[in-house]
Design a protein around this ligand. Structure first.
Ligand SMILES: Cc1cc2nc3c(=O)[nH]c(=O)nc-3n(C[C@H](O)[C@H](O)[C@H](O)COP(=O)(O)OP(=O)(O)OC[C@H]3O[C@@H](n4cnc5c(N)ncnc54)[C@H](O)[C@@H]3O)c2cc1C
Length: 588
């Protein structure tokens, strides 16, 4: 065994969550070592949809532009659609069943644009991970070691000692203050006594990464996901769905595609050699030329880690929560876990925070994951509701289902009623495709937050309507401001390890309060005075409508752009009030 070396943070796992963690720590000036047992990044397309919150985090780290330029154009991801088949000349073939707005496209575009400086993105993990790796490796603070596996670790009062094995079979040890498990629950969680609780193995979904020219059969370019439901296929998950995978275009001319279809985990009939014929059958293109690159399977499950922390080790990403990809909350949550944890680890490593700041990671992120794991399973299952809305009966003969389809597509009163019913039913799937509030409206009700006793805004039960608020625990609302002639989002003024205090035209006293708090706690506290006489101009008056505080009030934003505390008006002693809030957040 070679000599041990030391680092403040060891990250185990170089998937989307681990690589994000490495990038975020480097941006905060904290050294880290990342070990990934595979020699390279993922061979599977997997996650592709990046919601607005993840894109805001990427914007903070200079990653938004490369993601947008390498991924889907907005016009190629603003809808999802259901069809009977892609090709074929039968009476029920090539019918568009329904198309709905998705991911901030169509009629939702203005609302999404109002609520964030960033549109949603779409870049398959296959292409995102190399970008993240490149970015992580660029920092001299990060040592990113692919082909290195963590094989054991032990903790004592002052740190963690991990044994790492290289591809050549040599081992070395890393001594770290903290260990971040981004290993999908493979190695570290079980040793910490963490159980992944919840239903698992419900359905086996087979995802095939293929190359094929589907452009002659497609005449619309706006859907990101195309579902096929036909009498023979057996419904949405049974029939299948296709998603363009680029690499250069994500419209009908996409070179690569992923085809998903599900079957029972114990189905003895399933044979991977049948994948290509099954895809041809699904699309009704018997002579389709296609190359199958990889066939992968994932079990539908909805599991949550029983705890997020064991001593100095913490779990993030799929090591903490796993659920179906419906609503795209998997990788997105992993990125957001890392973002929540990074500034806390940085504060701990620098000695600026107490232990309770590390505990706040679980207090804040686990309730979000609990909701997400249930939500993703619910939106997965809701596809069966769509099948029922179409009139499909589970286990019915193809003839019976064909009759249901024919009735649905028929001219006349009955067909109209069936179509109207279907449209109402299918709209319930906005819980997956327009989950605007799930994506940016989540909030922390305990943890590193000082509440002000106000109730949370109402939450739309279908997860689609977001209510911006500066209430502590919530994500800072986005508004466009102008500073020095530059148009900036409120979010552009936050991040990079700083606390930021937003105040109004009569809030000059907060500057001295912020300077005193920064000196006392050793953390940077920026101040932005928005309004006449301040450094920022609220050109459109949007911020004034969102801030929920007076001209002399203040909003303290944490480094992760969540509000930590607010004062509706100036207290008699602003410096003391701010110091008390910051002290509580940092656990000091
Ligand atoms: C078909 C499909 C579509 C999806 N679509 C979306 C989507 O659109 N949006 C979304 O947000 N999510 C989506 N997801 C979910 C998403 O892919 C996962 O949530 C995400 O990949 C989890 O990232 P991670 O970094 O936590 O884990 P992983 O990507 O699994 O990475 C864990 C890494 O840890 C490494 N590792 C494990 N043990 C060790 C060890 N002992 N030493 C060193 N390294 C180790 C592994 O090799 C692996 O590389 C989808 C998933 C699937 C299957």
């Amino acid at each position: 065994m070679t000599k041990a070396f030391e680092t403040p943070v060891l990250i185990c796992g170089g998937g989307g969550a681990g690589l994000s963690m490495s990038i975020f720590l480097s941006a905060l000036g904290i050294e880290s070592v990342l070990v990934e047992r595979h020699a390279g990044t993922s061979h599977l397309p997997k996650a592709h949809y990046l919601n607005q919150r993840s894109m805001e985090i990427f914007r903070e780290h200079g990653l938004a532009e490369p993601v947008y330029s390498r991924g889907s154009q907005a016009q190629n991801m603003g809808a999802v659609a259901w069809y009977t088949t892609l090709a074929g000349s039968g009476p029920l073939d090539r019918k568009l069943i329904y198309k709905m707005d998705a991911f901030g496209g169509g009629k939702t575009r203005e609302i999404y644009a109002r609520d964030s400086a960033c549109r949603s993105g779409n870049l398959p993990q296959l292409h995102l991970e190399p970008l993240l790796r490149e970015h992580a490796e660029r920092s001299p603070l990060a040592s990113v070691r692919f082909g290195n596996e963590l094989v054991a670790f032990e903790q004592d009062g002052s740190g963690v000692t991990s044994t790492i094995r290289t591809e050549l079979g040599q081992t070395y040890t890393v001594r770290s203050q903290y260990l971040v498990a981004a290993d999908r629950g493979r190695t570290i969680g079980p040793q910490l006594g963490i159980q992944l609780e919840g239903p698992t193995g419900l359905v086996d979904i087979c995802s095939s990464h293929i190359s094929a020219d589907l452009s002659p059969y497609i005449d619309d370019d706006d859907p990101l996901i195309r579902w096929f439901i036909n009498p023979e296929g057996g419904g949405s998950w049974g029939s299948g769905a296709i998603v363009p995978m680029g690499p250069n275009r994500y419209d009908r001319h996409s070179r690569d595609w992923v085809v998903h279809f599900g079957f029972r985990p114990d189905d003895p009939e399933f044979d991977e050699a049948l994948v290509a014929p099954r895809i041809r059958q699904l699309l009704r293109i018997p002579d389709l030329e296609l190359t199958v690159h990889k066939v992968s399977h994932w079990l539908v499950e909805s599991v949550l880690a029983s705890k997020y922390r064991g001593g100095r080790a913490v779990v993030i990403g799929d090591a903490a929560h796993r659920h179906p990809p419906t609503t795209g909350l998997g990788l997105n949550s992993g990125i957001q876990d890392a973002h929540n944890l990074a500034w806390k680890l940085a504060a701990l490593v620098r000695g600026h925070a107490g232990e309770s700041l590390l505990d706040s990671y679980e207090a804040e992120r686990r309730p979000i994951a609990r909701r997400n794991t249930r939500w993703a399973l619910f939106t997965f299952m809701n596809h069966f509701v769509i099948d029922a809305g179409l009139g499909m009966i589970p286990g019915a003969t193809p003839e019976a289902n064909a009759a249901a389809f024919a009735a649905l597509l028929a001219e006349g009163e009955e067909g109209e009623t069936l179509r109207a019913r279907l449209h109402e039913v299918i709209q319930t799937q906005r819980t997956e495709f327009t989950a605007h509030d799930m994506e940016i409206g989540f909030h922390y009700s305990s943890g590193a937050v000082v509440g002000d006793g106000t109730p949370p805004p109402p939450r739309a039960p279908m997860g689609d309507v977001y209510h911006p608020t500066t209430r502590p625990g919530h994500r800072l609302p986005h508004a466009w401001l102008e500073r020095g002639g530059q148009r900036l989002s409120t979010h552009d003024l936050c991040g990079r390890g700083r606390f930021v205090l937003f105040t109004g035209a009569a809030g000059a006293a907060w500057k001295a309060a912020a300077a005193a708090a920064a000196q006392r706690f050793g953390v940077p506290v920026g101040v932005h005075q928005v309004g006449p006489g301040g450094d920022c101009v609220d050109l459109e008056g949007t911020w004034q409508g969102l801030r929920q505080t007076g001209d002399d009030g203040a909003i303290l934003v944490r480094p992760d752009a969540h509000v930590g505390w607010r004062a509706a008006t100036a207290p008699r002693q602003p410096a003391e009030a701010l110091a008390a809030a910051l002290g509580a957040i940092l656990g000091r």
